[in-house]
Design a protein around this ligand. Structure first.
Ligand code: PLP
Length: 394
């Protein structure tokens, strides 16, 4: 990879060290330029008129996302964030009382809360797939759990918001397919970081966001729904973009995945998402994934050298999200200390509130989260490690 070019495309790296890519990564220049250009067009032409001028580019966004995840353009809906994209899929499922949803200990609270709501509303049952000895979803436990024909859905994140394992999603997908069970994948922390191919994974639905490893703008995301499934899923919300009023008494719902969208959207951000995906594809997802893993491995190894610091990521395969705890300092103190360095270092704090099951399981209340991207460097990691050593005496 051309790291110098990656960094030249990311001007903020001159002023700060950004290890909050799992929160929101730094946008590369082509994304910023695409969005700025469109906002200027809106200012000079009018919002609708600017969108009209960009209609071909807006249409291309679907094909670009499709290339990223190996899907067709009509299987993609552009939705304002991963949560709402996920909701649109989940709440469209015709779950019945007694239906079972299987999830992982690493599930995101934003997804787990809807399971509970559907448990209360419709009487579904939530079952958590146990982990294997490596801390990832146990495939043998999953195989056994799938013998129950009340299982209607497997739904989990490929990478949790608080790090941990990269789940064996291709094996999970294969098990789901052979059991005839739907598989909804939360790829929020996966897209842009690692190869995500819906054909290989075999997931039926996938939700993702723009601002994290894809390096797109905030307030943007997308949903994939397999074509053969799409027309059988009625979105919980409809508007005049998702559906068409045919008479005073009748309407029809669009056939494609855009039935999960709504009409109004941030057009500059939608174009920005398209530019971010183009940029990621131009870098090459495979080399980026290799570099991210290599940097994260280096960071984990260096963290071991610091007295009082414990790396916290289980899993056979780990991602670019590196988490750790400090014996003498809270995650908020670590975050504040690093932000106050001469060259600001951005890390974040992940608490039990976003991944309750996993944190309870591992007896943790919070972790510091340093999430690396391909544009980060070993030298930046060394700077952070030195700064953390400095925290010892404070
Ligand atoms: C695993 C996971 N799923 C879902 C989300 C929600 O994404 P968004 O904030 O785009 O709705 C996050 C955000 O941190 C996440 O880490």
């Amino acid at each position: 990879m051309n790291i110098e070019q990656l960094r030249a495309d990311t001007p903020a790296v001159a002023q700060l060290i950004h290890f909050n890519n799992a929160g929101a990564a730094l946008m590369p220049a082509p994304v910023i330029e695409t969005m700025t250009r469109h906002i200027q067009l809106e200012a000079s032409l009018g919002g609708y008129e600017a969108a009209g001028r960009q209609s071909a580019d807006l249409e291309n966004v679907y094909g670009t996302i499709g290339r990223l995840i190996n899907a067709q353009p009509d299987e993609i809906a552009v939705i304002e964030n991963a949560t709402r994209a996920w909701d649109m899929a989940f709440y469209s499922l015709p779950l019945q009382p007694g239906d079972v949803v299987l999830t992982s200990t690493t599930e995101y609270a934003g997804n787990y809360i809807p399971y509970l709501q559907m448990k209360q509303r419709r009487g579904i049952e939530i079952r958590v797939i146990p982990n294997d000895e490596h801390g990832q979803v146990s495939l043998s436990a999953l195989t056994t759990m799938l013998e129950d024909d009340r299982v209607a859905l497997i739904s989990l994140p490929v990478i949790a918001t608080n790090g941990g394992p990269v789940q064996p999603i291709e094996q999970i997908g294969a098990l789901a397919r052979s059991a005839g069970v739907l598989f909804l994948l939360d790829a929020c922390q996966g897209v842009g970081q690692m190869p995500i191919d819906v054909q290989k994974i075999g997931c039926h639905m996938l939700a993702a966001t723009s601002r994290k490893y894809l390096r797109g703008p905030r307030g943007m995301g997308f949903l994939y729904v397999e074509k053969s499934l799409c027309q059988n899923l009625e979105p919980a919300f409809l508007d005049l973009h998702a559906a068409a009023l045919q008479s005073a008494d009748t309407f029809t719902i669009r056939a494609d995945a855009r039935r999960f969208e709504n009409w109004e959207c941030n057009v500059a951000a939608k174009l920005g998402l398209g530019a971010a995906v183009e940029y990621a594809l131009a870098q090459g997802i495979e080399p980026m994934w290799l570099r991210i893993q290599q940097l994260a491995g280096y960071l984990r190894q260096r963290l071991l050298e610091i007295p009082g610091v414990t790396p916290q990521d289980p899993g056979l395969q780990k991602s670019g999200i590196v988490t750790f705890t400090h014996q003498n300092h809270s995650a908020a103190q670590v975050q504040q200390w690093l932000a106050g360095q001469e060259k600001r270092i951005n890390v974040s704090t992940s608490t039990f509130r976003s991944t309750l099951l996993d944190m309870q399981h591992r007896d943790l209340l919070e972790v510091s989260r340093a999430s690396v991207h391909a544009y980060n460097t070993e030298a930046e990691i060394d700077t952070m490690v030195a700064a953390l050593r400095g925290l010892q005496g404070v």
